[in-house]
Design a protein around this ligand. Structure first.
Ligand SMILES: [Zn+2]
Length: 307
């Protein structure tokens, strides 16, 4: 297999990253060994002789690399203001689909300090922005960002279902692995902040991998993609929550003044504040509360009449 000759280029990274042989089981692509989440990784020699290997994975997260992955899945995922051609770092493309690719980065210690702590005490995170929902006849499209020891990314080899091969564009091989550009990192941090906000709201995006949808524009702060091409955005979750991210140009409190919990803005009630993220829920005046109020008013009026 021709891609085997590229394995040597992984050599300088074997101490920093955990490379894992990936085969194709019944359930698709996945690491070939049990306990891969804790495995220190294979050497290049071990990869070269691994039986049944069809591709090579690398674990992401804080403990190896640290390795951060931006996974662009589909043409619409390239329209979010984060453009692969603007990042000079390791990129894993596919030779039969120009719109499915991964950009790998190694955040700096200073960048890592900007990450919020999650409920489980780690700073690892993952989040998916759905850019085109799944249809009967088409795969869904999304930009997914992950930095999570329970996730690996394929860096070399064959793609199971399509017959395509992964490749590294010239100048963007493993030698180029680099810190993410500032606006990419700002986006990654916003994904991490949204994960903490979702966990605080009782949603479990990391379990279900449902993903959120970018709001363009955001009904609360008005953030939209037109001006400045910011890599920050506000999201709507699958259960209708809005995660509003304040920034320098768009901010709910810049537009509406200081907000308190329960306050309603443009039909949405602020339900939670998690770090910078404001979580809103569609505001529905409760019919039962209205009824109760009417009943209380009626009783109060009767009491006045009686006295
Ligand atoms: Zn917003």
């Amino acid at each position: 297999m021709s891609w085997f000759s590229e394995l040597d280029r992984l050599q300088p990274l074997v101490d920093d990253l955990a490379f894992l042989p990936v085969g194709w089981g019944n359930e698709g692509k996945g690491p070939m060994l049990n306990g891969w989440q804790k495995h220190a990784g294979f050497s290049v020699d071990q990869l070269q002789t691994a039986d049944g290997m069809r591709s090579v994975g690398a674990r992401t997260g804080l403990l190896t690399g640290p390795l951060l992955c931006f996974d662009f899945d589909g043409e619409t995922a390239l329209g979010l203001g984060i453009y692969p051609w603007e990042a000079t770092t390791w990129q894993v493309h596919r030779d039969n689909d120009p719109f499915r690719l991964k950009v790998l980065c190694r955040p700096t210690p200073e960048q890592l300090e900007m990450l919020p702590q999650q409920l489980d005490g780690t700073v690892e995170f993952q989040g998916k922005t759905i850019t085109a929902p799944k249809q009967d006849d088409a795969k869904g499209e999304a930009l997914e960002v992950f930095f999570f020891g329970g996730r690996q990314v394929i860096v070399l080899g064959e793609h199971p279902s399509s017959g395509g091969n992964y490749f590294w564009p010239a100048g963007l091989g493993p030698e180029a692995l680099n810190a993410p550009p500032d606006d990419w990192w700002a986006h990654a941090v916003s994904i991490a902040l949204k994960q903490t906000a979702l966990a605080a709201s009782g949603s479990r995006p990391s379990k279900t991998r449902n993903g959120t949808r970018r709001l363009d524009p955001c009904p609360i702060c008005g953030r939209h993609s037109g001006r400045g091409g910011s890599a920050l955005w506000c999201d709507e979750t699958s259960d209708g929550l809005i995660l509003c991210m304040p920034g320098s140009t768009f901010s709910a409190e810049q537009s509406h003044g200081p907000l308190s919990i329960g306050q309603v803005v443009n039909g949405y009630a602020l339900v939670k504040r998690t770090g910078d993220v404001l979580t809103f829920k569609p505001h529905q005046p409760l019919p039962c509360r209205r009824k109760r109020n009417a009943r209380n008013q009626h009783l109060a009026r009767l009491a006045v009449t009686a006295s």
